[in-house]
Design a protein around this ligand. Structure first.
Ligand SMILES: Cc1cc2nc3c(=O)[nH]c(=O)nc-3n(C[C@H](O)[C@H](O)[C@H](O)COP(=O)(O)O)c2cc1C
Length: 145
């Protein structure tokens, strides 16, 4: 399982405590969990130069480039848990930047001939621990493919 941890307040974060309790209760062995602590990673937001470089790499299908490390990891994960607090009626900008890095045409998704969007990710389930989960315990959302 890939845990995308966007709990910016670190060990003070209620969201982090909550998802850790969930993992413990679910009995998922530690060796099967890969925690990606976004606060400790360099997660660049896309800019014009980055987009140009990305478009060029995608056109050449050069998906082994370091630029796509997050996207490859996301595509290959068997299960994904995203944990992020509720900030300004949404989630922290850091998570949006991460999603920009992960949404790569031709690598994590593409289009069928009729124009329909097709996912290339291996995970059958994505759990989102949204803010409400931290305070009320009612907010786990599960998206299954
Ligand atoms: C920058 C910031 C923005 C926030 N925006 C909202 C909000 O729009 N609505 C809300 O109900 N709580 C908001 N909160 C409160 C947090 O959701 C709440 O403190 C939550 O427990 C933080 O999660 P954490 O303990 O995992 O960091 C905000 C907190 C911060 C720091």
């Amino acid at each position: 399982m890939l845990v995308v941890d966007c709990c910016i307040r670190g060990e003070e974060s209620a969201t982090r405590k909550y998802y850790r309790a969930y993992l413990e209760k679910a009995g998922i062995p530690a060796e099967e969990i890969m925690v990606l602590d976004l606060s400790r990673e360099e997660v660049a937001s896309l800019d014009a130069d980055g987009l140009r470089r990305r478009d060029d790499l995608c056109a050449r299908k050069a998906f082994d480039d370091a630029m796509f490390a997050f996207a490859r990891q996301f595509r290959d994960a068997e299960e994904i848990l995203i944990a992020a607090p509720f900030w300004d009626l949404s989630f922290p900008a850091l998570l949006k930047s991460y999603l920009e890095q992960v949404c790569v045409t031709g690598l994590t998704f593409g289009y069928a001939e009729d124009g329909a969007c097709v996912g290339y990710c291996r995970a059958k389930r994505l759990l989102y621990f949204p803010p409400a989960a931290a305070s009320s315990g009612r907010g786990i959302w599960a998206l299954s493919t």
